[in-house]
Design a protein around this ligand. Structure first.
Ligand SMILES: O=C(O)c1cc(=O)[nH]c(=O)n1[C@@H]1O[C@H](COP(=O)(O)O)[C@@H](O)[C@H]1O
Length: 309
């Protein structure tokens, strides 16, 4: 799957991921009204609204982008109905030939990690039948529990031709509280980065990159430069662009000289673009066109920064 992701990045010229993090507050009123008219102000109504919202954004952007990243919490908050909308979104994006990064941030002891891995990336056996429950292409994984919590995910990825993005240095303001702590004189995120690179060596794709990737926030570009060197064959998912303050120039450190090695996520900056002054001319009715314009601007921003280095 890492090979497909790289091929799609090269074809679109867009090393970006659209984050499908649909909060009701971002969904234009006309969509909410229609969903509530059909299903009432219920969890089902909310799920219908987020699904219709996602579908429009995907329809308006899929030809420009290689991948999407639905964030499962935004669906889970609406319970089972929300999870159905998550699955519908995953399937729809795959039908549009997009690579789907399931942002599930899982990680547990071995036995339960194995169940997460099977449910999201693999197959589950029910009697004589075999099912593919969620079927994302990649999943995000929290490595805090150590190797035995990550290995079941890697095993399923190997069997199923899928991939991971493992949290190394997160974009949020408090990420340093634990991640920057010095262990034998070195910050913890560096040790985690080295471990991810080592796991990656054992799980290489054909294009010179591993299908075991890392997550490093755009909000910490200097650390990004160090991690880029520590993990040369690791694809880095870089969240924090846009709404969290990351800009094109902050991103160059995350890319290798070959122009590959990183894929930058923006969620609110794309899906709620119509709410920004810059894209207000589109209006709430044409929110999908505003998202398309925001994708084009993001690609131009990143390409400009990469060409200027
Ligand atoms: O794993 C992630 O995707 C992730 C890691 C991280 O360090 N920071 C981070 O913001 N994210 C996710 O990236 C998205 C960022 O959303 P925006 O700030 O709206 O672009 C959310 O889905 C977060 O859960």
């Amino acid at each position: 799957m890492i090979n497909k992701l790289i091929a799609k990045i090269q074809k679109t010229g867009a090393p970006i991921v659209v984050g499908l993090d649909p909060m009701l507050g971002y969904i234009p009123e006309h969509i909410q009204k229609k969903a509530f008219a059909e299903y009432g102000e219920t969890l089902e109504g909310a799920a219908e609204a987020i699904w219709q919202f996602n579908k429009e954004i995907v329809d308006k952007t899929y030809d420009l982008i290689p991948a999407v990243k639905p964030q499962i919490a935004m669906y889970e908050q609406f319970g089972i109905e929300g999870l159905k909308a998550y699955k519908k979104t995953v399937d729809y994006c795959k039908s549009r030939d997009l690579v789907v990064i399931g942002d599930i941030k899982r990680g547990d002891i071995g036995s339960t990690s194995a169940a997460y891995a099977v449910g999201h990336l693999g197959k589950v056996q029910v009697g004589s039948k075999c099912y593919v429950p969620f079927d994302e292409d990649f999943a995000t994984v929290n490595p805090y529990l150590g190797s035995d919590g990550v290995k079941p995910f890697m095993e399923v990825c190997k069997e199923e031709n899928k991939g991971l993005f493992i949290l190394v240095k997160t974009s949020n303001p408090s990420s340093g509280e634990f991640q920057d702590q010095l262990v034998n004189g070195r910050p913890l995120y560096e040790l985690v980065g080295e471990k991810v690179a080592q796991w990656g060596e054992e799980h290489m794709g054909d294009a010179g990159y591993s299908y075991i990737g890392a997550v490093v926030g755009a909000t910490y570009p200097e650390m990004g430069a160090v991690l880029r060197k520590l993990m040369p064959k690791t694809y880095i998912l870089v969240p924090g662009y846009g709404a969290q303050g990351g800009k094109g120039k902050d991103l160059v450190n995350f890319f290798n000289e070959d122009g590959l090695g990183a894929i930058v996520n923006s969620s609110r900056g794309i899906i709620a673009a119509y709410k920004q002054e810059k894209y207000a001319k589109f209006g709430a009715e044409n929110f999908g066109d505003a998202s398309r314009a925001a994708v084009e601007d993001m690609v131009a921003d990143i390409s400009g920064a990469l060409n200027a280095r």
